[in-house]
Design a protein around this ligand. Structure first.
Ligand code: ACM
Length: 469
C-alpha cells in the first residue's frame, strides 16, 4: 500500500491499522515511557483513534520516537491514519556539519536547522565555529577573537578563478559571534530535540582569523594579518611558541565547559607546511621534540590537543588527514577526502564517521543549469546522495563495528544567508537522513515519491529547498 503519510526517513516496520485519529476530536495525547524490554536504540510508537503511546529502550530512542510522531503530525492534515511503528537506526551518529565560520548564522537560524534535523531524526550537529574567515565563539581572556577575528571587511562573491584582480567582492563588512551563554542555551535547545552539538575548533591550519586577532599566535608574530576575505586554503597556520599551546589549552578547556558532548572536533585538515618550513622556531621544535620532519609537527599539535581534551574527559575527532600523523589511538576519524579513508581508518582500528565529499558535501551543485546559485564546485544530485555506496563493500565485521555513522557537510562559502544554506541542504539532507537511519528500501524512485509527500513538512517548517525536477 502506498505510504499515506510519506515518512522520511522510512521506518523499518510500519503496520497500518483500522481507523484514523481525527485531530478535531478530543484525544488522550501521547503517553511516553522507557522500557527495559526494548533494545537501547529501539522505540515503538502506536497511534490509535483515542491516543498514542511511545515506548523506547533509551532516552535517545525516545527522542527518535517523538520526532517520528512530530513528523507524522506535521503537515498530515486533520485525519491521521492509525499505525504502529517499531524502529531503530542503522547508525548511531547521524550528523549535519554546519559551517558558521564562512558565514555567520544568527542563532534562530541554527535553531531552525536543529528543528529540521529532529524532524529527520538526525542527531548530531557538528558546528564549525572557527576558520580563516571568521572566529565565532567567545573565549574569556581573548576578547579580540570576537572583536577582531569575527569580522572581515568584505567577502568574495564571485568564482575564485583566473586573475586575482578580476575577483568580485561585495564590499560589505560581515561577521558575528556567539557568547558562551548563547551557545549553552543552544546546546539545551538541541538536547531537548534529541540533537547533540559537537563543536569544532579547526587547528593548526584554518586559523587566520585567530592570528589576525593575536599576531603572536602566528609563525611571524610581528606581522599583522587581516581576517581572510577569499576562500581556499590559507598558508597562515599557528606558530609553535609556548603562548600558542597555552592558547589552545584555554580555548579547548572553555569549549569543553560550554559543550557537554563527549567529543570535540579539532579539525586538522589542509595544513600547508610552507610557513613552518620557513620558520627557525618550527625547525628547532622538530629537533627539540625528537621529530624528523616538519610535517610531523601536525601530529604533535594534534596529540597535544587530544591530550587536553582527554584531561577534560573528552575524545578528539579530526578530519582524515590525521591518519598521516601518528594520531592518538582513540581519535575518531572523519573521512572526507575519499572512500579509501574509511577502509584505512577502520583497518587501523580507528572509529570513523563517513563524511565523504563525493556524496555528502551539500555545498556542491545539486543540478546543472544556469539558474542554480553559484557554488564552490562539484555536482552531487539528490539521486547521487540517495544511491551512494557509503561504505566500501569489502569491510569485515570488525571494521564495520568501528563505523560510528554518517554525516552531511554544509560548508557555507557561497551561502550568505540561512535561506541560501537551506536551499543547498534540502532536499538532499532528507536523503542523507534516510541513508543514515537505514532505509529498508534502496529505490530512489520510491524515495522520490515519498519525498514529494514530505516536502509540505519543509514548507510547514518554513524551510527553503530546491524543488524536485
Ligand atoms: C574539508 O573539507 N576541508 C574537511
Amino acid at each position: 500500500m502506498p505510504d499515506p503519510i510519506a515518512l522520511v526517513p522510512l521506518p523499518r516496520s510500519v503496520i497500518w491499522s483500522e481507523g484514523t485519529w481525527d485531530t478535531a476530536e478530543p484525544w488522550e495525547g501521547l503517553t511516553v515511557g522507557l522500557s527495559d524490554e526494548l533494545p537501547l536504540a529501539e522505540y515503538t510508537l502506536s497511534i490509535s483513534p483515542r491516543g498514542a503511546a511511545l515506548t523506547a529502550g533509551s532516552e535517545a530512542a525516545l527522542a527518535d520516537g517523538r520526532n517520528t510522531f512530530a513528523q507524522i503530525v506535521t503537515g498530515a492534515g486533520s485525519a491521521i491514519p492509525c499505525v504502529t511503528i517499531s524502529d531503530r537506526p542503522a547508525f548511531a551518529w547521524r550528523g549535519l556539519h554546519l559551517d558558521v565560520a564562512r558565514h555567520f548564522l544568527p542563532l534562530e537560524d541554527i535553531e531552525s536547522f536543529i528543528d529540521a534535523m529532529a524532524l529527520h531524526r538526525l542527531n548530531v550537529l557538528h558546528l564549525h565555529l572557527t576558520d580563516d574567515q571568521g572566529w565565532r565563539v567567545e573565549i574569556k581572556g581573548y576578547p579580540r577573537l570576537t572583536e577582531v577575528g569575527a569580522w572581515r571587511e568584505q567577502t568574495l562573491i564571485g568564482p575564485m578563478r583566473g586573475e586575482e584582480e578580476g575577483w568580485e567582492f561585495d564590499g560589505v563588512r560581515h561577521g558575528g559571534s556567539y557568547t558562551q551563554q548563547e551557545l549553552r542555551d543552544l546546546v539545551e535547545y538541541a538536547r531537548t530535540r534529541g540533537v547533540m552539538i559537537v563543536p569544532e575548533i579547526d587547528l593548526p591550519g584554518h586559523m587566520q582569523a585567530a592570528i589576525a586577532s593575536y599576531p603572536q599566535l602566528g609563525t611571524v608574530p610581528e606581522r599583522q594579518l587581516g581576517v581572510r576575505e577569499v576562500w581556499g586554503i590559507s598558508d597562515h597556520v599557528l606558530g609553535l611558541n609556548d603562548e600558542v599551546f597555552m592558547f589552545l589549552r584555554d580555548v579547548l578547556g572553555q569549549v569543553c565547559d560550554i559543550f557537554p558532548a563527549p567529543y570535540v572536533h579539532i579539525g586538522g585538515d589542509e595544513v600547508p607546511l610552507t610557513e613552518w618550513e620557513q620558520s627557525t622556531q618550527a625547525r628547532n621544535r622538530v629537533n627539540e621534540w625528537g621529530l624528523t620532519r616538519i610535517s610531523e609537527l601536525r601530529g604533535y599539535v594534534t596529540r597535544f590537543a587530544a591530550e587536553v581534551l582527554a584531561e577534560h574527559g573528552r575524545r578528539a575527532i579530526a578530519w582524515d588527514e590525521v591518519l598521516e600523523t601518528h594520531p592518538p589511538d582513540d581519535v575518531v576519524v572523519m573521512n572526507w577526502r575519499e572512500d579509501a579513508g574509511v577502509e584505512e581508518a577502520t583497518s587501523r582500528g580507528f572509529r570513523t564517521i563517513v563524511s565523504t565529499s563525493d556524496h555528502l558535501y551539500l555545498d556542491h551543485y545539486q543540478a546543472t543549469g544556469a539558474d542554480e546559485p553559484l557554488a564552490i564546485g562539484g555536482l552531487t544530485t539528490l539521486e547521487d546522495v540517495y544511491t551512494a555506496e557509503l561504505l566500501p563493500a569489502d569491510l569485515d565485521e570488525s571494521q564495520r563495528s568501528l563505523i560510528l555513522g554518517v554525516q552531511a557537510q554544509l560548508w557555507t562559502e557561497y551561502m550568505p544567508t540561512a535561506a541560501a544554506a537551506q536551499y543547498m541542504a534540502f532536499p538532499r539532507l532528507c536523503a542523507v537522513a534516510e541513508r543514515a537511519w537505514g532505509s529498508p528500501t534502496q529505490s530512489f524512485e520510491e524515495f522520490r515519491e515519498r519525498l514529494a509527500g514530505h516536502l509540505p513538512r519543509l514548507d510547514a517548517f518554513g524551510l527553503r529547498y530546491r524543488p524536485l525536477d
